[in-house]
Design a protein around this ligand. Sequence first.
Ligand SMILES: *[C@@H]1O[C@H](CO)[C@@H](O)[C@H](O)[C@H]1NC(C)=O
Ligand SMILES: *[C@@H]1O[C@H](CO)[C@@H](O)[C@H](O)[C@H]1NC(C)=O
Ligand SMILES: *[C@@H]1O[C@H](CO)[C@@H](O)[C@H](O)[C@H]1NC(C)=O
Ligand SMILES: *[C@@H]1O[C@H](CO)[C@@H](O)[C@H](O)[C@H]1NC(C)=O
Length: 673
Amino acid sequence: MKIVLVLTLALCLAVTCHGKATPTPTAPPSSLEERVNQLKDILNGLSRQVMLQQFFLEERTRSDGNSGLKNTRLTRDGTKNFYEPSIIDISYLAMHDHANFDRTIGMGELNPVMNGVEFRTRHNDYKLRMPSTTSGDFHATEDIPYPDVPPSVSSKPTVEDQIQEMREYFRAFKDQNTKHRDYRPFFKPVLCYLEAAWTLSTKKLDEPFQSDRHFIDAESWFDLMDKVRFTSYTGSKSVLENYAYMPTTIYNVSDGIPQYAQWNYRILCHPLADDLPTKYLKREEDLMYRLPNRKTIPQMVRSRAERFRLNSKEFDHFDRGMSILDDLMYQIPGKDNYQADLHDSSYGMVMEDVRYNNHTLVNSGYYHRYFKILRKGAMGTKSIHRGFSDANLFVAQTSQERIAPMSTKSCERVRHQSVCEHWTTRYSYALPLEIIYMTPLLSWNPYNIRYDATQKELTDNGRRNGGSTVDKAYNGTNFRFFYHTPVEFYGSGKVESDPADTAKVGAGVLDQDGQVRMMTSSGVRIRTPDIVGVGSVRTRYPIMPVHGEGAPVWKELNALKEMTMNMKRYASLYEEWPGVVENVTSSGLPGLHQFELSLTQLDPPGEHTHYFYLNSVELEELKRGINKKVTTSQELAHSHDLMLEYRANKVRIVKCDKSPNCWDGHSQYPTEV
Ligand SMILES: *[C@@H]1O[C@H](CO)[C@@H](O)[C@H](O)[C@H]1NC(C)=O
Ligand SMILES: *[C@@H]1O[C@H](CO)[C@@H](O)[C@H](O)[C@H]1NC(C)=O
Ligand SMILES: *[C@@H]1O[C@H](CO)[C@@H](O)[C@H](O)[C@H]1NC(C)=O
Ligand SMILES: *[C@@H]1O[C@H](CO)[C@@H](O)[C@H](O)[C@H]1NC(C)=O
């Protein structure tokens, strides 16, 4: 009895007991009732403690890095640790092709972290599907429409002519040359993303999203956890990669009874509103791949191990929620689908869109990571990043009842009375995975081959295997025998392949007149095979961020990598100058030029000037017409973001912050000092 009381007290201290949790000492309870109440208290306390354990775990993971990819499956090792694959094996994100499926995107198992929750996916192989445009129902989705065949292709009388014209469209897309052919209406970018949330269905296992090739091999979430625990305990694996590790949690305790939530994820895609030039996709440097594989930078172009980062500018710079990635993610709705129209007002905040100065509110039903708030009395409003230090925390609010809610209250003293407000909200999280350019090959069927054949008809009960003769060719096609592209379109040549790739190089298919046509698969590929006269064209660009890159060590490492890979450009930053010492400039540093803005007397802010630096390489580039963005030194509590150009032998400020001229009167011509 004594022990129980002490335990209750201890738990109460740990979890702040109040209200119901404290037994009322007044009414003398029967001893049985007293016992029941004590047990209830213990249950309440223990359940809350278990709930908090998951939270503590998340908090630690949150501060370890950003939302992003942590690891993929290890398949081999070596004599140095970078011979062991971690985020990249033979491809980034375990990407591969299933081009013989009409809308399947090959992607293996991943181990991501999202908002501090670490999980493992099954073998993904997701489909080109998007949230419903017409329904707000939970997880209602629809197929993404394919781009049309360019009329200048379909209007050609012969298949041969169509092939020639189609190749020109691929050439134009590859060169991003809209004058050669305006490819933009026919090569449509989609942004595929990983979305996850705490859901309330814990008994039945919900398949997170459609795949033609994989499913979670378990009856319930607890069955799945048991299977995953077995594979972890024994170090074994589901050979078909059909297990996922998805944590469960207690999200609330009501009267001593824990309420459970289940982490679940899915992969969907969103057709982007506008064209996305491929030059915005900047290659990331992964020496952990290039060194053990001895790949030069030019060789990486043909590799599946390349990963990218979005940057619409030609230079690196600071950002506060106005990057192209913010624009693109904000096109994607959360669990309310495209009709989402929500505004989070927790703690009485009014969240505004950081991109505009006209008090546009953030539609919190769409994925975003920044907002700004209007504060009384404060002139400017600052961009606020969501979360504490997670650079990739894209969140969207939802009204779906199946997402675990979270409640809070805040009390204010109004005329000696405590006035409390309560808020309950539900959120989901998203991470960009990849940009896929859909091509007209998805809808081009120049031989007009039948597309709805059943497996039985198509293979004639297994007698037809896609051979080149009338009795071996497939009779028609369907979504998993998606052979609509004549082999002549490519000519010859093979692409780097992966054991998970399923498409055949060429298959015999009967057209509607019973004639054999040699066809290749038309589904999405990382890179097309070589197209005669054009070469191979990349259509998938993985952009998923890496968890570890949010940690200070990896930031230092990337800075060091940038400096060592570009020694000349950053020579001025070295302690001992590397290589050939350039002429010392006015700044007293090799290859570093110091500029000063003109003195201004405007008050406020008061007499001052600013400095900024360009290194010789940057100055050379400026002279060649590549404009630069720099941030000046801080004086009198402000700095300026400058856009520079080189005109008439002078460095000139084209844009100061967001206007043509600096608001405090510096001239457009800085001087080198
Ligand atoms: C958690 O449980 C308490 C007690 O029953 C309840 O008042 C609260 O609304 C619940 N919170 C959520 C988010 O369901
Ligand atoms: C705010 O500015 C943006 C961009 O100029 C514009 O698209 C939007 O309609 C404006 N909103 C309001 C409420 O004026
Ligand atoms: C191919 O399938 C169609 C439709 O089922 C059928 O009419 C035709 O006879 C088949 N062709 C051959 C050669 O079996
Ligand atoms: C360095 O200075 C010398 C002498 O003034 C000059 O001839 C040379 O071109 C300069 N080199 C560079 C890289 O500016």
